[in-house]
Design a protein around this ligand. Structure first.
Ligand SMILES: [Zn+2]
Length: 408
């Protein structure tokens, strides 16, 4: 099997479902393109001689049955994309999983344990205000009431979209699957570390934790010409000092801490009015919860003291606090060993983005593999990974699945 060629062909084929006029992919949960993509994948899975099935909510599985069918090694990723995304994020992990199962079946026949590839319904939260619908249903933590009252941007209710595409709620009285013994997700890095360091594969040892804040500053709006500098309560001036200090401190502390102020607003946002209000967001990520805690405490103190010095009122709202998720040490070791044995140019690294793997990690041994993203670009039609790197990632996945499902 020419993995480079087949992987690229299949990504182009799958990327046509939901292709938008800019060359990107817009394939959101339970849309027509989403349904067509899942149905097309089902056809491919069957053509490869694997068993296919959907669960109630629309996760699609392809299974290579083992001699002991009570234990399953799971791989795969999510089929949904962001609006105007690319054709690697998510779908590469599915394509890679199907190719890996097909390769293993042809080369080694029936495994001891089931090997299953999953095309998960949803991860991105880009149609409805809910994320990880696919993986949360598999492990049984998605709740009916979480989505019963939510709608998309056009006002279409979640439940209506789900039912229209032929799916329904999971039976919450039934216990979630107990047969899954490991989950390995292959995904594009969505950052520039592998490319910069000229590596083909990343073995992920942890997924960062995150905290997000909104900071609101209340000063005093006034005439830009008649208010002398000394009499002003300029909210933007206070905000700019806060932002500078936060980012400067993050730079001093260095990797793997990252901090972003990605949204800033001034009120009333008019050229000749001293801004009476300013709002900005902070996103902090690190692999160690203790560092996230101490760093965010430090920046909160900074914000408060700058606020006092500027004589403005400031409120700080932390609206997201997600813990870092370590990957399973035993699985990470297996993945590393496969990379070494196959002579792959790999690197042990952390993930700065969230993935389905963080959901699985709470209940089953989980690990991830990355392949490089050109220029670190993702969630964009320009997403691209060199086919040679795609193939290296699939080889590592094949090796890991063999170790997990064919050996005692
Ligand atoms: Zn993804």
């Amino acid at each position: 099997m020419d993995l480079q060629k087949v992987a690229e062909e299949r990504l182009n084929w799958l990327g046509e479902f939901g292709q938008d006029p800019t060359g990107g992919v817009s394939r959101t949960l339970y849309s027509k393109d989403w349904v067509n993509a899942q149905q097309a994948l089902k056809g491919w899975i069957e053509a490869e001689g694997l068993e296919s099935r959907f669960d109630e909510v629309g996760n699609l599985y392809g299974t290579l049955k083992g001699k002991n069918d009570q234990e399953t090694i799971l791989t795969g990723s999510h089929i949904d994309t962001v609006k105007n995304g690319g054709k690697y994020d998510g779908q590469f992990g599915i394509v890679a999983g199907i190719l890996a199962l097909s390769y293993l079946q042809q080369k080694f026949g029936q495994p001891l344990k089931n090997i299953e590839v999953v095309s998960m319904a949803e991860e991105e939260g880009s149609r409805f205000p809910y994320t990880f619908w696919g993986s949360k249903n598999i492990i049984g933590i998605a709740k009916r009431e979480d989505v019963e009252n939510i709608s998309d941007f056009e006002g279409i209710p979640f439940v209506e979209a789900m039912k229209k595409s032929g799916f329904n709620f999971r039976d919450e009285t039934k216990a979630p699957r107990k047969d899954i013994k490991a989950f390995v997700e292959l995904h594009v890095e969505q950052g520039g570390v592998l490319e910069t360091e000229k590596k083909s594969v990343g073995v992920v040892h942890s997924i960062v934790g995150q905290r997000r804040f909104t900071v609101e500053i209340l000063g005093e709006a006034n005439h830009a010409g008649t208010t002398p500098m000394g009499y002003r309560k300029d909210a933007v001036f206070a905000a700019s000092e806060m932002i500078y200090q936060i980012i400067q401190r993050a730079k001093e502390l260095g990797d793997p801490l990252v901090t972003t102020v990605g949204n800033i607003e001034a009120h009333p946002n008019i050229v000749n009015v001293v801004p009476g209000g300013a709002t900005f967001t902070i996103d902090v990520r690190h692999t160690d919860k203790a560092v996230i805690q101490s760093f965010t405490e430090e920046i909160v103190e900074k914000i408060q003291s700058i606020s006092k010095a500027h004589d403005v009122e400031t409120t700080i709202d932390m609206w997201m606090d997600a813990n870092p998720v370590p990957m399973d040490a035993g699985l990470v070791e297996i993945l590393e060993k496969q990379c070494q044995e196959k002579g792959l140019n790999y690197k042990l690294m952390h993930s700065g983005a969230g993935h389905d793997s963080q959901i699985f990690a709470s209940v089953v041994p989980t690990a991830m593999l990355f392949v490089p993203s050109r220029k670190g670009i993702s969630h964009n039609p320009a997403e691209y990974t060199d086919p040679a790197d795609l193939a290296e990632g699939i080889k590592a996945l094949i090796g890991a699945l063999y170790e997990l499902a064919y050996k005692e």
